[in-house]
Design a protein around this ligand. Structure first.
Ligand SMILES: NC(=O)c1ccc[n+]([C@@H]2O[C@H](COP(=O)([O-])OP(=O)(O)OC[C@H]3O[C@@H](n4cnc5c(N)ncnc54)[C@H](O)[C@@H]3O)[C@@H](O)[C@H]2O)c1
Length: 251
């Protein structure tokens, strides 16, 4: 597998680079607006890339999304979009390009988090709507977007189980009044070097159920990214996610 690594100079870029070295996967070049030393050719933009590859892995940011997708489409390359913080317009752009190339997009590449998502959906269905749902996520002090893409995935899982009788409330401040029926509270904590923690709490009158996941190292996301990259090569143009990959592992 030959990879173009976008966001090569970042924290996740470093993790993917180390994992590729361990596994003998070739990074043909990197793309990053920050030109730090890396053990392969590095370009500031896709405009300059001439190397041939099998797949693009993107751990950069939402900025430059269209250039990345246009490059992938022009070279018929599958792309793994691992960055988070997409707007509605970005999501629409991704859907548009997925008619031409296979795109793998997920807010969280860890198998454990995706299991948490499945369990949260199940718990939301089993526990009645009298159970108030609060999602808390914790990340390091350099994370740019909030709440995390994973917290949004978890909220969506609860919404799906409760058939839309929900209202997202991001943090609370001031005289907000009593909690509304159907609120999903979403809270972002930022500090230190926390890799990523997510907790979905179901608060009832007489009992509380809490589901949680803690990532102990960023390597777990690099492992997931390479797995997704291998999986998406040769797929038909479409928009894929972890559900599709997991479906192949555990039908
Ligand atoms: N999906 C997942 O499982 C998962 C896991 C971890 C991180 N992430 C996401 O991946 C992204 C990167 O995380 P990080 O911790 O490595 O961040 P980081 O800030 O350490 O690294 C980002 C890198 O991308 C570069 N970059 C930014 N915009 C660019 C652009 N337009 N073109 C080229 N390069 C650009 C930056 O210069 C930087 O080197 C974030 O969005 C983060 O939320 C996703």
């Amino acid at each position: 597998m030959k990879i173009i690594l976008c966001g090569a100079c970042g924290r996740m870029g470093g993790e993917v680079t180390r994992l590729c070295e361990e596994r003998g996967v070739e990074i043909v070049c990197g793309v990053d607006i920050d030109m730090k030393p890396v053990p392969f050719f590095l370009y500031p933009s896709f405009r300059d890339v001439t190397e041939k590859a099998d797949v693009i892995v993107d751990f950069s940011s939402v900025w430059g999304l269209e250039e990345r997708l246009a490059f992938a489409a022009a070279h018929a390359l599958p792309i793994v979009l691992a960055a988070t913080g997409y707007s509605e317009a970005d999501e629409a752009l991704v859907r548009e390009y997925s008619a031409y190339i296979p795109i793998f997009k997920t807010g969280n590449l860890s198998i454990g988090v995706n299991l948490l998502q499945m369990l949260a959906k199940r718990a939301a269905a089993v526990l009645s709507e009298d159970f108030d749902v609060e999602i808390v996520e914790r990340h390091h002090n350099q994370k740019k977007d909030a709440p995390s893409g994973t917290a949004l995935m978890l909220a969506k899982a609860v919404e799906e189980a409760r058939e839309g009788h929900t209202e997202r409330v991001y943090g609370r401040h001031g005289m907000v009044g009593a909690r509304h029926y159907g609120e999903i509270g979403i809270h972002a904590v930022r500090g230190g070097n926390v890799v990523g923690e997510h907790e979905v709490g179901f608060y009832g009158e007489d009992e509380i159920v809490t589901l949680s996941h803690s990532a102990r190292s960023r390597r777990v996301f690099a492992v997931g990214a390479l797995r997704a990259a291998e999986w998406i090569m040769g797929k038909a143009p479409s928009l894929y996610g972890m559900d599709d990959l997991l479906q192949d592992i555990v039908p």
